[in-house]
Write a protein that binds this ligand. Structure first.
Ligand SMILES: Nc1nc2c(ncn2[C@@H]2O[C@H](COP(=O)(O)OP(=O)(O)OP(=O)(O)O)[C@@H](O)[C@H]2O)c(=O)[nH]1
Ligand SMILES: [Mg+2]
Length: 367
């Protein structure tokens, strides 16, 4: 059987990594060899660290997005297929990325259509942002960032409304109808990685279907570039040391402190996430909007030493973001915890400059 590559896109915080985590566990139980590819503008990713807790083989393409580092992306795919004998690869592009049909799927079909199967492009969208977009709003984002989300949905083969456990069945039904009306060419599904509802249905689609990148979205790269550039981007890894520190409480205090700062400054949060690991234990925390969105899962418990990876994407200048993050880490550490920065990168994404950009849809060869 030919290997299959499944791209799962969607804006920051839409639930892509959570879906990959659950889907990887299901597929592994079915006896499949799973490969997972994460992607970011810079290394030190919470997503990579989190997905390492599945049985899949994880590769990280960092430094730029899949479209701007197409060679790096295809090398990762070929390595997983040839050297790791992977059956199914799931790849998560950067949340602020769009034009994937023209820059990634068409070239993949053109270059590798006979070597492996390329599944339909899935784009996830959380119910809150989706409702606001359908009402004509920008979901609290800069209009150019909201433009990116609209373009992601426009080019999707499958739109998945995520986090349906937060909604009533009636709301899910209405949202699905409105979404299908707005983007009539896509298959519209609804799913919760949390409860598992709808997950098998999505897996069925991406495991059986062979139509991928069935259309191209017309994208204005000036608006796209601005939508990315309004976001400050920070990736950091720190070593933390103290005596009998409650790392779960530490994670919660830090995310709360950061959230208060961003809310006070009225800076829209794309996604702020952190993972604190000690041995096999980890706590993962996410902030996908204002303070109410703060969420912590799993537990690192109490200990003397831990490693923290923190990724923040917030609508503000990168330098301000860095200052706020470092100050809040210092405050939360106080005199109890000593922190040592192992890696720190802070940037504002540059103008996307894809390796390829197809102007036509490549016909999927018979597999
Ligand atoms: N209630 C609920 N929350 C979810 C679900 N899926 C994801 N989340 C939460 O949404 C937040 C973001 O999830 P991720 O999976 O990290 O989102 P992402 O799209 O990978 O984010 P980026 O990598 O930053 O673009 C986390 O707090 C998750 O726990 C779901 O099905 N239900
Ligand atoms: Mg992710």
């Amino acid at each position: 059987m030919q290997a299959r590559i499944i791209l799962v896109g969607g804006f920051l915080g839409a639930g892509k990594t959570s879906l990959l985590f659950e889907a990887a566990n299901i597929l592994t139980k079915r006896g499949k060899r799973v490969g997972l590819i994460t992607n970011d503008q810079a290394p030190e990713l919470v997503d990579t660290t989190f997905l390492q807790h599945t049985k899949g083989t994880i590769l990280e393409v960092s430094g730029s997005c899949f479209c701007c580092n197409y060679e790096g992306f295809t090398e990762a795919i070929l390595h997983l297929i040839k050297d790791q004998q992977t059956d199914i690869i799931m790849a998560e592009p950067v949340g602020s990325c769009t034009d994937l049909s023209a820059t990634v799927l068409q070239p993949l079909k053109d270059h590798f259509g006979k070597d492996f199967v390329i599944a339909p492009l899935t784009v996830l969208i959380g119910p809150e942002r989706l409702s606001d977009l359908l009402d004509g709003g920008d979901s609290g984002l800069h209009p150019s960032a909201a433009y990116i989300i609209r373009k992601q949905l426009e080019e999707a083969d499958i739109i998945v409304i995520s986090k349906t456990d937060l909604l009533t069945p009636d709301t899910v039904k209405t949202l699905k109808i409105r979404t299908a009306k707005e983007w009539p060419n896509a298959t519209v599904l609804a799913m919760s990685s949390r409860s598992g509802e709808g997950l098998e249905m999505w897996l069925d689609e991406v495991i059986k279907r062979v139509d991928s990148g069935t259309r191209l979205a017309e994208i204005d790269y000036d608006i796209y570039a601005e939508g990315e550039a309004v976001l400050g981007w920070l990736n950091a890894t720190l070593k933390l040391k103290g005596e009998s520190v409650d790392w779960d409480r530490f994670a919660e205090n830090l995310l709360n402190a950061l959230s208060r700062q961003f809310d006070d400054l009225n800076s829209e949060v794309g996604h702020v996430k952190l993972i604190i690991e000690a041995g096999n234990n980890f706590v993962i925390g996410n902030l996908t909007g204002q303070n109410e969105s703060l969420e912590l899962r799993r537990s690192t418990g109490v200990g003397n030493e831990a490693k923290m990876t923190l990724n923040a994407r917030v609508q503000m200048e990168p330098e301000n973001l860095k200052n706020i993050v470092l100050k809040e880490i210092a405050d939360v550490c106080g005199t109890e915890v000593v922190s040592e920065i192992l890696a720190l990168k802070c940037l504002s994404p540059g103008r996307p400059n894809p390796t390829h950009r197809y102007k036509y849809v490549v016909t999927t060869p018979e597999n």
